[in-house]
Structures are given as structure tokens and as C-alpha cells.
Design a protein around this ligand. Structure first.
Ligand code: PHE
Ligand code: ZN
Length: 883
């Protein structure tokens, strides 16, 4: 393991590398415990580097076997080799070759970074700094080289041998059972995009003809017997390839595109050039084993990794501070793809839900950092929701500000100008400044300033003058290390409606004509006042339409206005937002009443609005399902912002749920019957919407009449024709409790015991039951034969779900939830620091807790920080969490 370093890496310290590596020839002899790697590097001095500098290559846990310079074996006095560094103080000034032989043990590699084994296969993961665990290298994204990879292995153990680029040659090695394959990737790339795979795998094949008529051979490699489950991923891949041609003019550039699914993977997937490696969760699906959500996730991740071929691979990042350059942009692209494939409004709602669930708390807590951080101790900890999801929001905002056409022209300039380079956020923005003729320097603040701006609005109607004055203000609270916040540019999409739902023309002398015609005003200073004319009566204001900027909008409009918005706003996002705001208000009214010992207030207006949604759900079931869903306890904790007691929030939420269920019982039952499964399962958006609505209806029935809901759920659980329905039945039963629940979990286990991805659901659902006994259940499940601390998916399914999605148990006042999490984190840390650190970041919002829980968490964090031998990853999270 790399030792924790106290020396932070700073953006301002960036210097070009002293050497360039033009080409890399890698020769692997795969062996379970002693793989030999011979790397032949062609090096020369970088004209932009320090003249005469020593050659210092990165390593991590490496064993050097031998070293040759220009073909001559070097003696030990001619270099200095440690597991994490290889230094040659005297190298030629002209180009030279270095041949480095290292030995690595893939079986002992439990970090899943570098060369490791997943099941019986060999695979690699090199982003961000895993290549240095394979050979000594200038392991930084601005060193681009052309790679040739030769892999040799036992043919029985690894009949499939894959690497980046195109296949060049393959054959048997005389005298034995070994064979080899050679791959060549003609596109210069940084080391983090290197990959190889060796194993005995099944495959599905297809092909794609690019827009210029080139034929690309596509293959997805999976565990034998699971080939049929890769068909949807293959379909998603072809749709992604077509979409990138149509929407961005981007064509695929190699003869082959390979995807390999593995079951042990730290993240979702990896965009290695021509050889994507995936967590099998994002490849494998069948109606019996995957939910609609899983299908949508596969489609999104397949697209995401494919889109990286241009945004990430052809144009990569100069340094890791620029991570959002590839990630934020690529998330934006996969979001747009999903919006085109499915329902754009529903997609937008789910994007914003995701952003608020993780990114907002991150940005409001001790782990807050800018989309482009300026300092890090451990880069692995910056693959965050802020870099990815907020990063995507910034690209979306840019498009909103300059318009879709100009945005596309800017992208064209970007691809044209920076192809083959390692670029920066400044490079990216310069293309849009050029395309739009706008000065984007204020916009650039979004990349360097952490924290979610609060946008507040105040309206005043003057009935005599028939004017409406809207005052918009912005403020960003201080974040760790950043106390001084400047106003950012906020595109505020808005519309005014009359009380009967008529959209009003915007007329104002305080706005530019194009702001009025587009319904998009820009707030650039701390405050802006706009007086609208010819407003016949007090208007309903629809603000931040489509969530036009990643800000918190305060305060929510009056309930009567929200009810009207829900009824007639023509922006679906804001209709959904109105429902959410009404729900939040109703729940917080219950929280206040409970705290004062008063009777729970009812919310008849909200309930009536929900009835209308439910009865009219047929028009757009997916949207109705979203609008009918109550905010989660996590949403409530975030909105409360301080003094959070999850028990109180949970109780209030359940109270409102019961009120709604009681009032809408008949309508919910009718909807449940009306949306019954028709015909064979298809994972498309329309079918998914109907199933989502039906799940919501079932939940409402169970809320209003537990007995009836239980009976329906049991019946659905038994007869479900697909995993989506089966899991929604099981979710309802899990909440209802009793023998029926235990019997259902047992039968589910029996049915799917051989299916790891389905078992993950079984573990997760149990971990999220919101009742005190769950913590003991989770502890018991940790000794279940199918539990594993070493498989990241399984660990996240049980412990991640418990810590992130079961707030009442995780934050139990006796500290049992925190005990459980920290025990697991410390257990996992020596084996897999990345995953341990990520689990620990479930404490991202701990400072918003009420005092007793806060004290418990603080003690735990202090205890962790005091440990010796902690990984850099976990130490970094624990230390920053205490900030
Ligand atoms: N670059 C990957 C993606 O977002 C994520 C990843 C990061 C995977 C680090 C593995 C390791 O597409
Ligand atoms: Zn990515």
C-alpha cells in the first residue's frame, strides 16, 4: 500500500513532465502469483521539462527484476529502486529506451487497482494511479504514449486475451499449453487508460457500421452461461454509438470495441481505450433478475463509458484536478442520451433527485470541494458526486446560457482543437467563449468555488400599476478553506402564470429582450430586481424551470400557489418540484407539532392534489409515480439542514404516508388494478413507468390498509413475471414486517441463491428496513455464508445501504450504527482502502445532526484518525470530515 503522505498535491504546483514516453511495449506473462511484466519505454526529454533533470518513475508495491538502458543491463549502483520509485540520475540527452522487468502478484492484490484477479480472470484497473502497480512509469495523465501489448498465458486458464486497441497477432507457444496475443493501440493515451484481460469467458458479438461506413466488431465478455444477459448492454452500446454520431458528430475510431464484465470492481465501470471493463452489475440483465432501474443504469453506464472515447480518451485531462473535464462532461452526455432514449422530464427529475441526495449534502458539509479541486491528498477520494454530477450541471448551465446551437459549435471547436491532447478546464471554456463571443470568466467561478448557492426570491404585486416586482438574491455559505464567496452567474429560467393558469408574456424594462423572449434571466450580482409590466393579477411564479442551475431555491412558494403550479405549470420539473415542496411542508408541519406535543396537522390540499395525480396517472405514469413519491428521510434531513433527528423525520414521514394512504385508498387500489402487467416484460420507459406507478399505488394501499396491502403484495410477490414487480412486492412486505416478510425473504433467497447480483438486492433490502431490529439483522447477515467483505458489490449492498439509506438505524442514539460502520471500515481498510474510504464518506453530513449524535460521530472519527497504519484514502476522509 502507498504510505499516507502528508504532502498535499496542489493545482498550482503543476509542472510538465521532465520526460516524454513516445511508445510503450508491454510483455505480460500471466501467472496467478508471479506475473512477469517487461515494459520497454521509448523516452526523450520533454522540451518543457527541467533540463538535466533525473528520470524519476512512479511505482507502487513493485518488485524490480531487471533494468536495461538502450539494451545494456544496469548495475544496482546505476539506479535507485524502491517499491514506489525508480530513479535514474544519469540518462542520455537524446532519445533512449528503458527496459524494465517487474514481478507482480495479482492474487494478493485485494485493492483491485493494478493487475488483479476477479473470479478466475485476470484484469486491470489503472485509473487513477494503478498503472504504477504494474510497472514503473510516468503515471500521470499528461504523458501520452502509443501502446503495444503482448500477453502470454496458459490457454486453458485464459483462452481469451484482450488489451487496448486492435488485435495484431495471436498464436500458440510451442511445447506446452501457453498461447499469446498482441494488441496495438495507435492512439496515444495516458497510462490510466491501459487495460488487459485474460480469462475463460463467454462472449456475445455484434457489429456496428460507423457514419463513414467503417465496420466495428463489438464484443461483450461475460461469465460463461450469462451471455443472454448481455444482450441489452449490446443494444445500449449500439444506440450509444449511433447517438454520439448524430448528436455530437463523433465516430468510433478502432476496428474493435470490447467490453468485459467482472464481478469484483471498485467502481461502476472504466473507459479503457477500446477495452471497457465493467462492474457486471452494469452489464448483466434479464427480466427475471434485473429491475427497470437496473436496465436504466446499464443503458446509462454503457453510454457513459462509450462517450468517454472522445471526452476522456481522445481528449484527456492534463492532471487529476481537471477530472471534471472528462467526468462532468461525460455525465452530461450520458444524461442527454438517457433523456433522448426515455422521457426527458422524468430523466431530469431523477438527475436532480440524485444531485440533491448526495451532492448537496457533500457540498454543505466538511467534505465540500470545488468541481475542480485545487488540492488533494488522495485522488481516489475525488471521484465524487461534486466532480461528476455537479460537473455535469455546469456543462448543462453553460449550454443553457449560450444556447444549444452555440454550445454544439463550442463542442466542435473543442474536439477539433484539443484532439490528442491532455487539456484543462480553461481549454474547454475557451471554446465556448469563442463560439459565443461571451466572456466566461465569471462562469468559471463555478469550477473553483465550492458550496451550493442559495437563490432566494421575493415577489411583490402592485394591483394599481399592474406590475410584479421580483427580487432575486444569491448567497453561498463558506466551505472548508473557502470563506470568501463571490456571486456566480445563475441562469434563472422563469415564467409567470395567472391564477387560472394562463402563461403571461414577459414585459420588463429591467431585462434584455432576449432574456424575456427566452424566459431566462441571468443573475450575476448578489441581487437583481425585475419589474414586470402588464400583469393583470397577482401571478404564480415558476422559477428555476427545468432546474436551470444547481442551487437551492428559497423560500418555497405559498402552498396555494404550489397546488396551482402542480395543476398547471407547463414545466414538468416544476410540477414535480411543487409536489415535493408541498410534501416537505406537510412533513415539517408534523415534525413541529410532534416537537411541541401537538396533534399532527393534516394536509388536505396536498392530498387532494395527489388524488388528481393518481386518477390522471394514465397520461404519464412515470411522471405521476415521481410526483406521488414522498421525499425520503435523507431528503428531509438535508432540507432541515441542522439539528437532524432521523427518528422524528421518519415518524413524521410515516404519519403523512398513512394520511395519504387512508384518504386515497380506493383510488390507489383502482390504480393498482388498472396498471397491472400486460403482456411480456419489456425494459422500455413506457413499461417502466407503468410498473413504477403500480409500485407507488401498492405502497399507498399498504399505508392506508396494511392488511389489504400485505395481501396484494404477497400475491404479487408470488406471481410477479419480472424482478421489478417482485422487488416492489418484497419492498412493501419488508416494511409491513411479520411472518409474511420473513417467509418472502426466505423464498427469495432460495430462488436466487446462485445469482450474486440478485442476492445483493436481498442484502440491501434487509439493510434498509426502518426498524430498530435491523442493526442486529445486518450484524447477523455479516456472518451469512454469502456475505463477503472482499466483494465491493456485496459490501456496498449490505453496509453501504445500511449507512446511506437507513438513517434511523444508522443514526441510532445508542451509537450501534456508527459502531457497525467503523468496524467494517477498519476491517476493510487494509484490504481495499478505496472502498473503505467510500463507505466512510457516508458520514458526509454528520455536522447537521443533533448534538448527541454529533458527539458520537465525532468520537468515532477521532478514534479512526488516531489509528496507526490507516490507508491514505481513509485517513484523508476521516481527517477532512473533522474539518
Ligand atoms: N472513469 C470511470 C468512469 O467514470 C470511473 C472510475 C474511476 C473507475 C476510477 C475506476 C477507477 O467512467
Ligand atoms: Zn466517467
Amino acid at each position: 500500500m502507498r504510505h499516507p503522505s502528508n504532502v498535499p498535491v496542489r493545482l498550482t504546483d503543476y509542472r510538465p513532465a521532465d520526460f516524454l514516453i513516445d511508445s510503450v511495449a508491454l510483455d505480460f506473462r500471466l501467472d496467478r502469483t508471479a506475473t512477469r511484466v517487461v515494459a520497454t519505454l521509448t523516452l526523450r526529454r520533454n522540451p518543457k521539462g527541467v533540463p538535466g533533470a533525473a528520470l524519476v518513475l512512479d511505482g507502487d508495491e513493485l518488485t524490480l527484476v531487471s533494468l536495461k538502458l538502450d539494451g545494456r543491463a544496469l548495475g544496482p549502483q546505476e539506479y535507485e529502486a524502491t517499491p514506489d520509485r525508480l530513479t535514474l540520475s544519469a540518462v542520455p540527452d537524446g532519445p533512449f529506451t528503458l527496459e524494465i522487468e517487474t514481478r507482480v502478484d495479482p492474487t494478493a492484490n485485494t485493492q483491485l487497482s493494478g493487475l488483479y484477479r476477479s473470479g478466475s480472470a485476470y484484469c486491470t484497473q489503472c485509473e487513477a494511479e494503478g498503472f504504477r502497480r504494474i510497472t514503473y512509469f510516468l503515471d500521470r495523465p499528461d504523458v501520452l504514449s502509443v501502446y503495444t501489448t503482448r500477453i502470454e498465458a496458459d490457454e486453458r486458464e485464459a483462452p481469451v486475451l484482450l488489451a487496448n486497441g486492435n488485435p495484431v497477432e495471436a498464436g500458440k507457444i510451442a511445447g506446452g499449453s501457453r498461447h499469446y496475443a498482441v494488441w496495438r493501440d495507435p492512439f496515444p493515451k495516458p497510462s490510466y487508460l491501459f487495460a488487459l484481460v485474460g480469462g475463460d469467458l463467454g462472449v456475445v458479438r455484434d457489429s456496428f457500421t460507423t457514419m463513414s461506413g467503417r465496420e466495428v466488431a463489438l464484443a461483450i465478455y461475460v461469465e460463461h452461461g450469462k451471455e443472454a444477459r448481455a444482450e441489452y448492454a449490446m443494444d445500449a452500446l449500439k444506440r450509444s454509438m449511433r447517438w454520439d454520431e448524430e448528436k455530437f458528430g463523433r465516430e468510433y475510431d478502432l476496428d474493435v470495441f470490447n467490453i468485459v464484465a467482472v464481478s469484483d470492481f471498485n467502481m461502476g465501470a472504466m473507459e479503457n481505450k477500446g477495452l471497457n471493463v465493467f462492474n457486471d452489475k452494469y452489464v448483466l440483465a434479464s427480466p427475471e433478475t434485473a429491475t427497470d432501474g437496473d436496465y436504466a443504469g446499464i443503458e446509462a453506464v454503457i453510454a457513459h463509458e462509450y462517450f468517454h472515447n472522445w471526452t476522456g480518451n481522445r481528449i484527456t485531462c492534463r492532471d487529476w484536478f481537471q477530472l471534471c473535464l472528462k467526468e462532468g462532461l461525460t455525465v452530461f452526455r450520458d444524461h442527454e442520451f438517457s433523456a433522448d432514449m426515455r422521457s426527458r422530464p422524468v430523466q431530469r427529475i431523477s438527475e436532480v433527485r440524485g444531485l440533491r441526495l448526495v451532492q448537496f449534502p457533500e457540498d454543505a458539509g466538511p467534505l465540500a470541494h470545488p468541481v475542480r479541486p485545487s488540492v488533494y491528498h488522495e485522488i481516489n477520494n475525488f471521484y465524487t458526486s461534486t466532480v461528476y454530477e455537479k460537473g455535469s450541471e455546469l456543462v448543462r448551465m453553460l449550454r443553457t446560457l449560450i444556447g444549444a446551437e452555440t454550445f454544439r459549435r463550442g463542442m466542435d471547436i473543442y474536439f477539433e482543437r484539443f484532439d490528442g491532447t491532455a487539456a484543462t478546464v480553461e481549454d474547454f471554456l475557451s471554446c465556448f467563449a469563442e463560439a459565443s463571443g461571451r466572456d466566461l470568466s465569471q462562469f468559471a467561478l463555478w469550477y473553483s468555488q465550492a458550496g451550493t448557492p442559495v437563490l432566494s426570491s421575493e415577489g411583490a404585486y402592485d394591483p394599481d400599476a399592474k406590475t410584479f416586482t421580483l427580487t432575486l438574491k444569491q448567497e453561498t455559505r463558506p466551505t472548508p478553506g473557502q470563506t470568501d464567496k463571490k456571486p456566480v452567474v445563475i441562469p434563472v429560467a422563469l415564467a409567470l402564470f395567472s391564477e387560472n393558469g394562463q402563461k403571461l408574456d414577459l414585459a420588463s424594462r429591467d431585462a434584455r429582450p432576449e432574456e424575456l423572449s427566452r424566459g431566462l434571466v441571468e443573475l450575476t450580482g448578489a441581487e437583481r430586481r425585475l419589474t414586470f409590466e402588464n400583469v393583470p393579477s397577482r401571478p404564480i411564479v415558476s422559477l428555476l424551470r427545468g432546474f436551470s442551475a444547481p442551487v437551492r431555491l428559497e423560500p418555497a412558494p405559498a402552498s396555494a400557489d404550489l397546488e396551482r403550479q402542480l395543476a398547471f405549470d407547463d414545466d414538468p420539473f416544476n410540477r414535480w418540484q411543487a409536489a415535493q415542496s408541498l410534501a416537505l411542508r406537510a412533513i415539517f408541519a408534523r415534525v413541529d407539532a410532534a416537537r411541541q406535543g401537538a396533534a399532527a396537522p393534516e394536509a388536505p390540499g396536498y392530498v387532494a392534489a395527489l388524488r388528481t395525480l393518481l386518477v390522471g396517472a394514465d397520461a404519464d405514469p412515470a411522471f405521476a409515480a415521481q410526483a406521488l413519491s414522498l421525499p425520503s428521510v435523507i431528503d428531509l434531513a438535508r432540507e432541515a439542514g441542522s439539528d437532524v433527528d432521523p427518528d422524528v423525520h421518519h415518524a413524521a414521514r410515516m404519519g403523512l404516508r398513512a394520511e395519504i394512504g387512508g384518504a386515497l385508498r380506493a383510488d390507489a387500489e383502482a390504480a393498482y388494478a388498472r396498471f397491472a402487467d400486460k403482456g411480456p416484460y419489456r425494459p422500455d420507459a413506457a413499461g417502466a413507468g407503468r410498473r413504477a406507478l403500480r409500485a407507488v399505488a401498492l405502497d399507498l394501499v399498504a399505508a392506508g390498509d396494511p392488511q389489504k396491502g400485505g395481501a396484494l403484495a404477497q400475491e404479487l410477490f408470488r406471481n410477479a413475471g419480472n424482478m421489478t414487480d417482485r422487488l416492489s412486492a418484497l419492498t412493501t412486505l419488508a416494511l409491513l414486517g411479520g411472518d409474511a416478510r420473513e417467509a418472502a425473504f426466505e423464498s427469495f433467497y432460495k430462488q436466487f441463491a446462485d445469482d450474486p447480483l440478485v442476492l445483493d438486492k436481498w442484502f440491501s433490502l434487509q439493510a434498509t428496513i426502518p426498524e430498530p431490529a435491523t442493526t442486529q439483522r445486518v450484524i447477523k447477515l455479516m456472518s451469512h455464508p454469502d456475505f463477503s467483505l472482499t466483494n465491493p458489490n456485496r459490501l456496498r449492498a449490505l453496509i453501504g445501504a445500511f449507512a446511506n439509506a437507513n438513517l434511523t438505524c444508522f443514526h441510532a442514539l445508542d451509537g450501534s450504527g456508527y459502531d457497525l460502520l467503523t468496524r467494517v471500515v477498519l476491517d476493510v481498510d487494509p484490504r481495499n482502502p478505496q472502498v473503505a474510504a467510500r463507505l466512510l464518506s457516508s458520514l458526509r453530513a454528520w455536522r447537521t445532526l443533533e448534538a448527541r449524535r454529533r458527539a458520537l460521530v465525532e468520537a468515532k472519527l477521532r478514534d479512526i484518525v488516531a489509528r496507526e497504519g490507516l490507508s491514505a484514502d481513509t485517513r484523508d476522509i476521516a481527517t477532512r470530515a473533522l474539518a
